[in-house]
Design a binder for this molecule. Structure first.
Ligand code: HEM
Length: 380
């Protein structure tokens, strides 16, 4: 499968790379002109359609485009742009009347979406890869991928809070891989039985996490918890018992898929695996496994290639104070990030509602707290 665009590069970015394709009309996609024109045009005016209450009528009315020319041999970024468009259409169709979701997605959206989901290898619904990882656009093409030099390609409602929310995640994803690289380096040093070099590699982790947390704290600058909770979040929810009309593979069977969630980011799962942090098996860990289905395939492969526990066992065996301190400092980075994340989840969701359930569909305060506490219990 040609998904090189999702390979985590040496610089350590989990974002799609090279930069995503933001408009299928300006590349040679192989699709018919009328197809790319119609879908790009509607994708661009999606926020206006939502505002004007026309989303369902317009999406019902579009042609059921034949995308069968697209295959896994195409540039993965092109497939991602097409998938991003249709996934936004699907979530917009179902959730544009937040308190009156539909029980179906019309064939005009469902059939191309399900075809594309086979190509990108993720469920036929909006996921983190489409809202964040493949959704950034540099303002200055030569400049860095930092919040002040990026915007989003696809907007659902087009308000500053929405764009800022995704941009904060993008900056985090762009820098987080440096911590993963440090773990890869530590793993290589273990192969040489070199405790000092392993320690040095692990000491690279805390500064990376400090910068990730600094970015995360900037969420408040331009994304208000109220606006996020009431205006953006409803479009990110999952689907329960939705019929994908016209999709032979599903028949008329109503389908259920989890919604967009940061739990589909590979950063924390990868880091946690490198450190060998274990969590008690149960509903929570089952949910995290399901969330992996929303990750790009190359990210899932990266996760399954990690030799979980190798670093931790090496540190325990060496019984070196300095190495243990370096490991514990890395663990503390994860702990601090999870503590901050818990506070953010509380500010942006839990405080708004009596009985909070995450977009992924979980009683998240309970289990985010458990994940944090279990992390804290695993210092060496
Ligand atoms: C204001 C911003 C954020 C809010 C409100 C938020 C909310 C949540 C919620 C409610 C969950 C529970 C999972 C679910 O329902 O599927 C969750 C899980 C998770 N989120 Fe976030 N999140 C935010 C930002 C982030 C960021 C920036 C990251 C980092 C990439 C992230 C990574 C994760 C991870 C990895 C999980 C799984 C739990 C874990 O392994 O610790 N989130 N988040």
């Amino acid at each position: 499968m040609k998904q090189n665009c999702w390979t985590v590069r040496e610089g350590g970015s989990f974002l799609i790379s090279p930069d995503p394709i933001s408009d299928l009309r300006v590349v040679d996609s192989g699709l018919a002109d009328n197809t790319v024109h119609e879908i790009e045009e509607i994708a661009n005016k999606l926020p206006a359609l939502i505002r004007e209450g026309k989303t369902r009528d317009v999406l019902l009315d579009i042609k059921q485009h034949d995308l069968s020319i697209l295959s896994q041999d195409f540039d993965g970024r092109m497939l991602e742009r097409a998938f991003q468009i249709y996934a936004h259409f699907a979530n917009a169709y179902v959730w544009c009347e937040n308190d009156n979701p539909t029980d179906h997605i019309p064939a005009s959206v469902a059939v191309p979406l399900v075809y594309l989901c086979g190509l990108v290898g993720r469920p036929p619904i909006l996921s983190y890869a489409s809202t964040c990882l493949a959704n950034y656009k540099r303002i200055d093409p030569e400049g860095d991928i930092v919040v002040d030099n990026i915007t989003t390609i696809q907007k659902m409602i087009d308000i500053p809070d929405e764009i800022w929310f995704h941009k904060i995640h993008m900056e985090i994803e762009n820098h987080a891989g440096r911590a993963i690289n440090a773990c890869i380096e530590a793993t290589a040093m273990i192969a040489n039985n070199d405790a000092i070099a392993t320690e040095k590699a692990l000491l690279k982790v805390p500064p990376v996490f400090e910068s990730l947390s600094a970015t995360f704290r900037r969420m408040f600058e331009n994304c208000s918890p109220d606006t996020y909770y009431h205006t953006l979040r409803p479009y990110l929810f999952g689907f329960t018992d939705i019929v994908y009309q016209g999709v032979d593979a599903y028949g008329d069977k109503p389908m259920t898929f989890s919604g967009q969630s940061g739990a589909q980011s590979t950063v924390i799962p990868a880091f946690k695996a490198f450190l060998g942090i274990e969590h008690e098996k149960g509903g929570l860990t089952k949910h995290l496994e399901i969330m992996k289905g929303g990750m790009p395939i190359a990210h899932r492969e990266l996760l399954s290639d990690i030799d979980t526990g190798l670093i931790r066992q090496f540190v325990m065996k060496q019984q070196s104070g300095a190495l243990t301190d370096a490991y514990n400092a890395s663990l503390e980075s994860l702990l601090n990030f999870r503590t901050l994340h818990l506070k953010m989840a509380s500010a942006y969701i839990a405080k708004k509602v009596e009985n909070p359930i995450g977009t992924g569909g979980t009683d998240f305060m309970l289990w985010l707290t458990k994940l944090r506490d279990e992390t804290a219990a695993q210092y060496i």
